[in-house]
Design a protein around this ligand. Sequence first.
Ligand SMILES: [Fe+2]
Length: 305
Amino acid sequence: MTFRRQNKNFRHYLVKGIITANMTLLIQITDTHILPPGEILYDEVDTALHLSETVQQINRMRPLADVVMITGDLVEQGDTAGYEHFLELIRPLKMPTYVIPGNHDNPKVMTDVFAGTSCFPSCDNTFQYAVDDLPFRILALNSCCTGSELPAFDENRLSWLKKELGQSDKPTLIALHHPPMLTGIELVDMGGSEWFQGLKSTVAETNHVKLVICGHCHTDMSGRMGSVPVYMAPATAHQLVATRGLTIAPAAINVAGIPVLHHFIDDDFVSGSNQWPANADDIRIDKKSGRSWHELKQSMMGSKI
Ligand SMILES: [Fe+2]
């Protein structure tokens, strides 16, 4: 996973016309909750196995994604050993990869451990950063609060965002860990809605933020922050079983979430989960039907050819 080398590949695709400036693929995974090697979460969830299998799945996809964003809770305990294990697990990824902190992370420890990589290029005490070398801009935000799992977005971070949004009107994707919307899940909504009001009103003053992506809930969900779509990816580690609107404690199940593909096309994003099993080529409909994909498309179009 070498950012510089892969970035050259991205430009190569542009030259060859395989991926145009209006078609770029971002894969999002989130909430990987990695522990030091050999440790199992809740005595049940092998988070390292889930991440390793997810990395293999991402590397199988065609075309390969241009970039991967991992939206927080990278590790379970915010410790150096956990981050070093995390880095070892994502190293096989064939494309540039970025990370942001979640409530289980420690941004200072992340800064130290990721210093030799290009995964976390924050350079100030906001622990936020921008990615500028794609056809869209990524603004990677920090919604973590020291000493609490609840979200926070203070004036310092908000000022950084205002400055960055004012510097370019390029289509922009915002990545942060906590959902900047109410979800109806009590465990998640305990932080209230006040924390994201500044973020919401700042983004509302622009018209170039196309999508907000987040994690945290360990479930897939879509909503809005004002007029901007919010897409929440399911966790790679384990999923939440949660009621809506009732005071019932949630449960967790040992199931890895599917990677989410955010496809930048026609200056906007279309998003959804993207399975790519190892036998994807064997089960293609052209292989099973014995007809070429071109023939199948023609039969589907019928009289509209
Ligand atoms: Fe999480």
